[in-house]
Ligand binder design. Structure first.
Ligand code: EPU
Length: 316
């Protein structure tokens, strides 16, 4: 075990620490190595101080959300991995600032639970996130969404701890959300203020069910995967094409490297065989390259990955 992150970074802080922590069970792929140090802050102050010290000592700091869009290298990762799973960071405040249309959601809150709770309370606006596994922070950073909308559509403000450890609030007019991208800098989302509209709970619940049903009918939702592997590319005429369709047309459904394979339900999903012994991130990486080569040859399109790769020696 190499622990590149000295305990002096966090030993005096209000955090829980696990050294040489397995990350595979914390990701949807369920593969990959260990974190030298997995640190779970209990307070915003502890998180801010940790971020500041990591920057000062040039120690990489990575943030683990719900592990839904992440592939961890077989050799694991160095530095500090932060997980916002304490009670404070999973909080949702309804009627924020006394307004029924506003809620403050903390960075580690589960989007799936939030979607359900909003529907139950009759608050409309975030149904498009139905069936998208994510933490609030991860969803905001990459503007998670799909056919029915994206989280950026309802964001009013974001509070972030930047790499220097300062907490800054970004207001709606400073924020830009585009397809699977936001203009937020590197850092940790502490909370976001989201806009919702009161509506009939029965109607809200039905919308959530309909969107979930669409996903379930077109995607392998129960697979060990990280959702869509590639971004939908922009075509020469300016429209976005489904990467899944391009992969499908290239005849790659079912293609496999080791225990990693392309889903037969949706071409943009790479899954890992359940309970496969010795399943490796390197297999997924090799399959990604095979797909990129083949799609480039068949349709002249270069596919970029949407899933985030973590490797030792690189900043997360
Ligand atoms: N299609 C195929 N073959 C395939 C996959 C899709 O022919 O293997 C066709 C479908 O029949 C459909 C079209 O391509 O006519 C679009 O498919 P789909 O509705 O599944 O949408 P997508 O563009 O492939 C995007 C998001 C998904 C999101 C869905 C639905 C990206 C990269 N993907 O997929 O998001 O769930 O829309 O809203 O933007 C994710 O981000 O992890 C993800 C899965």
């Amino acid at each position: 075990m190499t622990v590149a992150s000295p305990s002096k970074l966090y030993s005096d802080l209000d955090v829980r620490v696990e050294l040489d922590a397995p990350l595979a069970p914390l990701t949807w792929f369920g593969i990959g190595g260990r974190a030298d140090a997995l640190v779970r802050p209990n307070t915003i102050e502890a998180l801010a101080t940790l971020a500041h010290r990591c920057r000062r000592d040039l120690v990489p700091l990575r943030v683990l959300g719900s592990g839904a869009n992440l592939l961890v290298d077989d050799a694991g990762v160095d530095g500090v991995v932060v997980q916002l799973d304490s009670e404070l960071f999973r909080k949702v405040e309804f009627n924020a600032e006394g307004l029924v249309e506003r809620m403050r959601v903390y960075g580690g809150a589960s989007m799936e639970r939030l979607v359900q709770e909003c529907a139950r309370r009759g608050l409309a606006g975030i149904e498009p996130m139905s069936g998208i596994p994510a933490s609030l922070g991860g969803a905001i950073r990459m503007n998670a969404g799909g056919k029915f909308g994206a989280i950026g559509d309802v964001v009013d403000a974001v509070a972030m701890i930047g790499p220097d450890g300062d907490l800054r609030i970004y207001t709606r007019d400073e924020l830009r959300f585009e397809y699977r991208h936001s203009n937020l800098p590197d850092g940790v989302v502490v909370w976001a203020s989201l806009r919702v509209q009161p509506d009939d709970p029965v109607v809200c619940r039905q919308r959530v069910r309909d969107i979930f049903a669409y996903k379930k009918s077109t995607q392998p939702m129960a697979a060990n995967s990280a959702g869509c592997m590639f971004r939908n590319p922009t075509m020469p005429d300016g429209t976005r094409e489904s990467a899944g369709r391009l992969i499908d047309r290239a005849g790659l459904k079912g293609a496999r490297v080791g225990s990693a394979f392309v889903s037969v339900e949706h071409g943009n999903f790479i899954a890992i065989e359940k309970h496969a012994a010795g399943a490796r991130t390197d297999d997924v990486r090799a399959l990604v390259e095979l797909i990129q080569d083949r799609v480039q040859r068949e349709s002249g399109v270069g596919l970029e990955t949407e899933v985030v790769f973590w490797r030792r020696g690189e900043q997360g």
